[in-house]
Design a protein around this ligand. Sequence first.
Ligand SMILES: NC(=O)C1=CN([C@@H]2O[C@H](COP(=O)(O)OP(=O)(O)OC[C@H]3O[C@@H](n4cnc5c(N)ncnc54)[C@H](OP(=O)(O)O)[C@@H]3O)[C@@H](O)[C@H]2O)C=CC1
Ligand SMILES: Nc1nc(=O)c2c([nH]1)NC[C@@H]1CN(c3ccc(C(=O)N[C@@H](CCC(=O)O)C(=O)O)cc3)C=[N+]21
Length: 300
Amino acid sequence: MTAEILDGKRIAAEIREEVAQAVKKLQLELTRKVVPCLAAVLVGEDPASQVYVRNKQRACEKAGIEGRTHRLPADTSQTQLLELIGQLNEDVSVNGILVQLPLPSAGNGGAGFDERAVLDAVDPLKDVDAFSPVNVGLLMQGRPRFLPCTPHGIVQLLHRCNISVAGKHVVVVGRSDIVGKPMAMMLAQRDGSCGREVANATVTIAHSRTANLAEVCQSADCLIAAVGVPEMIKGNMVKPGAVVIDVGINRVGDKLVGDVAFAEAAEVASAITPVPGGVGPLTIAMLLHNTVLATRLQHV
Ligand SMILES: NC(=O)C1=CN([C@@H]2O[C@H](COP(=O)(O)OP(=O)(O)OC[C@H]3O[C@@H](n4cnc5c(N)ncnc54)[C@H](OP(=O)(O)O)[C@@H]3O)[C@@H](O)[C@H]2O)C=CC1
Ligand SMILES: Nc1nc(=O)c2c([nH]1)NC[C@@H]1CN(c3ccc(C(=O)N[C@@H](CCC(=O)O)C(=O)O)cc3)C=[N+]21
């Protein structure tokens, strides 16, 4: 193996420590004691979400943030879910709201959800995922309030590993609202609003309809895989010396694997993120960061 392993876990710990300091600093600025509070809403039993919720709760506690998880059964109705979000919006002790995606689809006891309507209901000032239309719009315009956690984590990882993508070709495989789309937008920014050092990339977005995906990937100086298909990016799709960022979290048997065939890709790449211990921990660190930012917006 030749590639440098980019230690997301270590960098996430560094960021979490900074967040813990930011919590203390905020508390010194305020006259009455405020403990930042993140409310997560988990409907049903999506496995990637379960991992996330578990790790998030621990990380909150360590950073001096209160984590509350609202677990709802898969057959919860849209109205009930919207009612809970309404309560969390009103509750001044709640600073950040996160609705775990994906919401259960119709069939497993429930009628399914209108995901868009649910995300629209979250108060934009508490929208620590940055999924609400206001926050997506602000990001598109290059004046973000909250940056979405996973892409922001990747920006931080690149920056803190001294990897610049300015002028380079980045291929993002995946165009979801949660990872691929905002990732592509952030890396193409000209003005440093999403992290100066990593902006100015030339970005290609690839997806399930991309023709010649292997060739497109081979042309990437930096390849970011956010697909949700275990180990679909093979070693021969990676350009020698490329930086490979694996966003995928796939449970295969009792193991977590990424979207990249790690061992093969690590033979070719100059640097690569592992799964676990890569992007996942950074997502959580940036969520904590956003929770403190939200608390500041609401109190200062
Ligand atoms: N590490 C972390 O912190 C996080 C990890 N994840 C993980 O990242 C992965 C992606 O998540 P998410 O973005 O939400 O996933 P989605 O399922 O929402 O999106 C997947 C994207 O990949 C594309 N795609 C699917 N199959 C192929 C294929 N064979 N070839 C090319 N493109 C393909 C889809 O294309 P099309 O649009 O055409 O359907 C779609 O754009 C998952 O494993 C998820 O668990 C997610 C969030 C955070
Ligand atoms: N509204 C919403 N926002 C999200 O950001 C969101 C979501 N819904 N739904 C699910 C996906 C998935 N996701 C993960 C983030 C971190 C880990 C994580 O910490 N992974 C560890 C796993 C360690 C382990 O427990 O084995 C790692 O990669 O090292 C996992 C999964 C966020 N997501």
